[in-house]
Design a binder for this molecule. Structure first.
Ligand SMILES: Nc1ncnc2c1ncn2[C@@H]1O[C@H](COP(=O)(O)OP(=O)(O)OP(=O)(O)O)[C@@H](O)[C@H]1O
Length: 257
């Protein structure tokens, strides 16, 4: 379980024109991702979604508040506990295509997490790669291809596979299907759901599309300019939104899926 409590993050503008001005990206945000559940973080551009994801990954530090994982405040851990956290909480970003090294074959890209882990014998790597490609519904024959030879949806699956090879407990999914064609989005979301069921994963899902959130998430946090507007299970939120802003958002957003 990952628990964020009273997270505040302020970005101060530097330089001759920014002096003194600041942006409250997150204002005392408190949420939790339950075991095996998907928490969706929804909001318009600039609402603080990615900042929350980066704090949950310990890529940046909050100004105040705590992030608890397995009962420990991960904003304060180091050494083995930090390595353990980095392995168990893995990111999947929107642009997996851009994140994959174009000069590496898929097999080499997927060997990296195994190398990083250090606890899988080299003799097993090839089998692990075959197994993970099968698990994400890709042909093991793709192992010898380069990223540019794959479609956007296939590349995003490779990004997911790379994260899974670390054997995480939580995936931080930052707009994981936003760069994909609508026809491919549902495939990748269904794959993520199957993986969650089979592996007992928990997800933090960042998105801006409410119809996808309704379909994919168990719980939903609505952010607006860094302020927590609603936090409820998806069914309650869509049936009976508490906040005026959420109501406006629901009324304005097309429901596609
Ligand atoms: N490194 C930074 N330095 C200064 N301001 C930042 C920085 N990162 C984010 N911000 C500001 O914090 C606010 C929240 O940004 P954030 O990227 O978290 O929003 P978002 O909801 O993810 O938006 P988007 O959907 O466009 O990615 C914005 O006003 C943004 O300009």
């Amino acid at each position: 379980m990952l628990e964020l409590d009273a997270i505040t993050k302020v970005f101060r503008k530097r330089g001759p024109f920014g002096g003194g001005r600041s942006t409250v990206a997150l204002d005392r945000i408190s949420v939790r991702i339950g075991d095996g559940r998907t928490l969706g973080v929804i909001g318009e551009s600039g609402s603080g979604k990615s900042t929350l994801a980066r704090i949950a990954l310990r890529m940046i530090a909050p100004d105040s508040g705590t992030v608890r994982f397995g009962g420990r405040d991960i904003t304060r851990v180091s050494g083995k506990a930090l390595r353990d956290f980095r392995r168990k909480v893995q990111p999947v970003f929107q642009d997996s295509a851009g994140a994959l090294d174009p000069r590496m074959t898929i097999a080499r890209i997927l060997r990296e997490p195994l190398m990083l882990r250090g606890d899988v014998p080299r003799a097993e790597w090839s089998k692990r790669i075959t197994d993970i490609l099968t698990a994400i519904d890709l042909s093991p024959a793709l192992r010898d291809r380069y990223p540019r030879q794959l479609s956007g949806g296939q590349r995003q699956r490779i990004g997911i596979a790379r994260a899974l090879l670390m054997e995480p407990e939580i995936l931080i999914l930052d707009e994981p299907v936003s760069a994909l064609d609508v026809s491919v989005q549902a495939n990748v979301l269904n794959l993520l759901r199957d993986l969650q069921r089979d592996r007992g994963l928990s997800y933090l899902f960042i998105g801006h599309d409410l119809s996808i959130a309704e379909y994919f998430c168990d719980d939903i946090l609505v952010l607006h300019n860094g302020v927590q507007k609603d936090f409820a299970d998806a069914e309650t939120l869509f049936r009976d939104p508490k906040d005026d802003y959420t109501r406006t958002l629901l009324a304005a957003m097309p429901r596609q899926l």
